[in-house]
Write a protein that binds this ligand. Structure first.
Ligand SMILES: Cc1cc2nc3c(=O)[nH]c(=O)nc-3n(C[C@H](O)[C@H](O)[C@H](O)COP(=O)(O)OP(=O)(O)OC[C@H]3O[C@@H](n4cnc5c(N)ncnc54)[C@H](O)[C@@H]3O)c2cc1C
Length: 491
């Protein structure tokens, strides 16, 4: 992603970009669910979505379905789109909260177009008529990340990026300012450069092994530290969403691609053995496994400085916050966007690095808070992990956010915050965190008028969804790498 974006977006600067990677080491090999922002990344590179979908075996993602998170048996969606419509001066959710305080109110999800579409297995590209109002929505992709990397690799090489196969074994640092002057490969070759971008994954070959930048460990906030991942045959529906099911000591993902389903069990090793975690995954697969399960180890957190001297860490070398909301590829994108905006002319300036680190730190902290909300807002009593996570010590920023919602239904937006009010509302309401009261302006609407307006909003959404194609048909007609049968035939 980095090489592709820099070669395209900075093409007028006459940069000489070399990508060094080692097939022997390989990639982490997971990461299939994305966020809608990836579409802007692709658009900025002029990539055709249909071509991309075919090349990466992609399906559509309208959001994430969370099962068993608040309490066992609960289910809610975090959709890519807002809830409801403007029905008065207060934000829509205040009206719903007022109505929900009485019995007989429709579920909050019925007021979200992407949720109703996801549940119905429907998808069509949003048009100008979906830019505003109750039918507004966005979408992302579920794809094979290795195929995406290969696709972008070809893209980058077509734009002059030189790709070298080889293992970096050491770096030479400048004696005065500690900048990296060159890297050496196992083969003995040496490469010098002005700027080094460390995309070496968890190893942090340059940012950590050479520059010893340090890691801010956030395990006390996000304790999950291991995962097993395995693809399997698809037996369930080709659903336009990712599923995250809470388990006794972690959670399990289901990500349907065109030709297979990606599955993984993310867990905390203090609460479950590796064998039990693996067994839970393998016994709950919907179809035959298509590969040996792969175990991954991580510590949630981020590098103390993502830009240090003349080295910028992008991707897992910069940090990892666990995959619950599919934020890693998006953080790569933010890293690239910020680097493009602050790209050094010659020598790297400390002020540019400081600004880059400030932006990325804020982004990581906001995502950390949002992820942590899923764990602290639980009422499960079935296992020690859920009881302990509920009692975890929170960062002040998250505690403030929860207080604002609980007391008055407020969701303050933070700058550099990836997740906006609709996302927070999904998790709050989905995990049974309800405000004590609502915006007084929502209380001014007469009861009958409120009921009628809410009914109109959900009816408009249902009508819009009824008119959509099924997700399977959409895939078959635009961007199919394979021709999947209709969702109904799979069940
Ligand atoms: C369990 C799990 C689930 C995930 N799920 C998602 C998800 O659903 N959505 C999402 O957005 N993200 C997800 N991620 C994160 C996602 O996998 C990564 O963000 C993405 O794969 C990019 O990784 P990377 O390129 O930073 O590192 P890697 O994939 O590890 O790539 C590192 C590269 O550096 C090269 N390299 C390393 N050392 C050297 C060396 N010494 N010399 C030369 N080359 C070297 C390797 O060959 C490789 O090409 C998940 C991560 C995990 C652990």
């Amino acid at each position: 992603m980095t090489a592709a974006a820099l070669s395209h977006r900075l093409c007028g600067l006459g940069l000489d970009i070399t990508l060094i990677e080692s097939a022997e080491i390989g990639t982490v090999g997971v990461g299939e669910a994305t966020l809608p922002q990836i579409r802007y990344f692709n658009q900025a590179l002029g990539i055709d979505e249909t071509e991309l979908m075919a090349a990466t075996s992609a399906t559509i993602k309208l959001g994430i379905q969370f099962c068993d998170w608040g309490r066992i048996g609960d289910s809610y969606f975090h959709p890519f789109g807002a809830y409801g419509d403007t029905i008065g001066p207060a934000d829509f959710h205040h009206y719903w909260v007022r109505q929900a305080s009485r019995s007989g109110c429709e579920p909050f999800g019925n007021f979200s177009f992407p949720i109703v579409a996801a549940e119905a297995g429907k998808f069509d590209l949003p048009g100008p008529q979906n830019e505003d109002g109750p039918t507004a929505y966005s979408y992302a992709f579920q794809f094979d990340a290795s195929l995406y990397a290969a696709f972008l690799g070809r893209f980058a090489q077509q734009r002059g990026v030189r790709r070298l196969e080889g293992k970096i074994v050491s770096a030479a640092l400048d004696g005065e300012n500690g900048f990296i002057r060159s890297v050496s490969l196992e083969s003995g070759e040496t490469f010098g450069a002005d700027l080094f971008i460390d995309c070496s994954g968890f190893r942090g070959v340059l940012i950590e092994q050479e520059l010893k930048t340090g890691y801010e460990d956030w395990s006390k906030f996000l304790p999950n530290n291991r995962a097993y991942a395995v693809p399997c045959e698809m037996k369930g529906p080709l659903s336009p969403y990712t599923r995250a099911t809470a388990r006794e000591a972690g959670w399990q993902w289901r990500i349907p691609l065109q030709h297979r389903v990606g599955n993984g069990h993310v867990y905390c090793d203090s609460y479950i053995s590796d064998q039990d975690a693996l067994d839970q995954l393998m016994t709950t697969l919907e179809g035959k496994p298509l590969a040996e399960p792969k175990q991954l180890f991580f510590a949630t957190g981020k590098r103390r400085k993502m830009w240090s001297r003349n080295c910028v860490a992008i991707g897992l070398s910069g940090g990892f916050l666990e995959p619950l909301e599919s934020t890693s590829i998006d953080l790569i994108q933010s890293g690239i966007d910020n680097l493009v905006a602050l790209f050094p002319e010659q020598e790297c300036a400390v002020s540019d690095a400081d600004e880059y680190n400030r932006l990325m730190d804020a982004e990581y902290a906001r995502i950390r808070d949002f992820l942590m909300l899923h764990y602290v807002a639980n009422q499960r009593e079935d296992s020690p992990m859920w009881r302990d996570f509920r009692e975890s010590q929170m960062p002040d920023s998250l505690a403030a956010k929860i207080d604002a919602f609980k007391s008055r239904g407020l969701v303050p937006d933070f700058t550099q915050g990836l997740f906006l009010a609709p996302s927070w509302l999904s998790v709050f309401i989905g995990q049974n965190v309800m405000p004590e009261t609502w915006d007084p302006r929502a209380g001014m609407m007469p009861k009958q008028e409120l009921e009628t307006k809410l009914g109109q909003v959900s009816a408009t959404i249902r009508k819009g969804v009824d008119a959509m194609r099924t997700h399977s048909r959409f895939i078959a007609e635009s961007g199919a790498a394979f021709q999947p049968p209709e969702a109904g035939q799979r069940q």
